[in-house]
Design a protein around this ligand. Structure first.
Ligand code: 6PG
Length: 243
């Protein structure tokens, strides 16, 4: 079961999504004094991060009690143009006052296995020994149906125990670090943000097509005890049938 939210364009989507994030943050802080969010990389969420960091929004989240993680990271230096951390730092982190100890960067500059060990330790420091249960995991989706760094037919799709793994993407010859399905599907709220006509074929296959999660990894994002939201624009939704 998922909640599909379709918007005329990216701007109207981002405004509503910012309100959604703020409302979840405020109720999480009321219920358990902390708000945990894993952010998506790529380019689609950047306007959302800009908005959350803007003058009119940034004071609506208690950043001192918020822990920011990432769903995945490229294996690059944190100041590399491809770094998801760099994108988020420029769009959001540099605009807000959040304790450095609340920002949990995936250290893409380390060898992939050391980066995973380090990130696992950061997750344990916040969530303890139990499977992490994020208040929000924000996800994008590629035009091939991947999400986080869970790419079609890649080894990470099969991981059912570890919380974070390295993932070699043969077709593009690069290493990534990614949260795994057990963590993603344990979140209280998973929010996909998908914009643009280029995503329309994959979105239709993921939401309306036959089950084929090895080919369309976003299909296997099904929170076991949480809400699944798809925030999409009309262009991305243009091929959706009877959803
Ligand atoms: C990444 C993301 C990845 C991204 C999709 C969509 O590190 O690139 O985690 O899963 O969300 O590739 O990317 P765009 O938003 O740039 O289309």
């Amino acid at each position: 079961m998922y909640h599909l939210h379709v918007f005329p364009d990216g701007n109207s989507l981002i405004d509503e999504l910012a309100q959604k994030v703020i409302s979840i943050a405020q109720s999480s802080l009321q219920q358990h004094d902390v708000f945990t969010m894993a952010l998506a990389g790529g380019s689609t969420p950047r306007p959302l991060y800009n908005l959350l960091g803007s003058q009119s929004y940034r004071r609506q989240i208690d950043w001192a009690h918020t822990h920011i993680f990432w769903g995945d990271e490229r294996c690059v230096q944190p100041d590399h143009p491809d770094s998801n951390f760099r994108m988020t730092r420029l769009a959001l982190l540099d605009q807000i006052s959040i304790p450095a100890s609340n920002v949990h960067r995936i250290k893409g500059e380390l060898d992939p296995h050391s980066a995973c060990d380090d990130y696992h330790a950061q997750l344990k420091a916040v969530f303890g020994n139990d499977l992490p249960r994020f208040d929000i995991i924000m996800l994008g989706m590629g035009d091939d149906g991947h999400t986080a760094s869970l790419f079609p037919h890649s080894a990470a799709l099969a991981e059912q125990k570890r919380w974070v793994v390295p993932n070699y993407v043969e077709s593009m010859d690069f290493w990534r670090i990614t949260l795994t399905y057990p963590v993603i599907n344990n979140a209280r709220n998973v929010i996909f943000v998908v914009v643009g006509e280029s995503k329309s074929r994959a979105l239709n296959r993921v939401l309306s097509g036959p089950s084929d999660p090895k080919q369309y990894p976003s299909q296997a994002v099904l929170p076991s005890d949480g809400n699944l939201h798809w925030f999409v624009d009309e262009a991305a939704a243009s091929r959706l049938q009877n959803t």
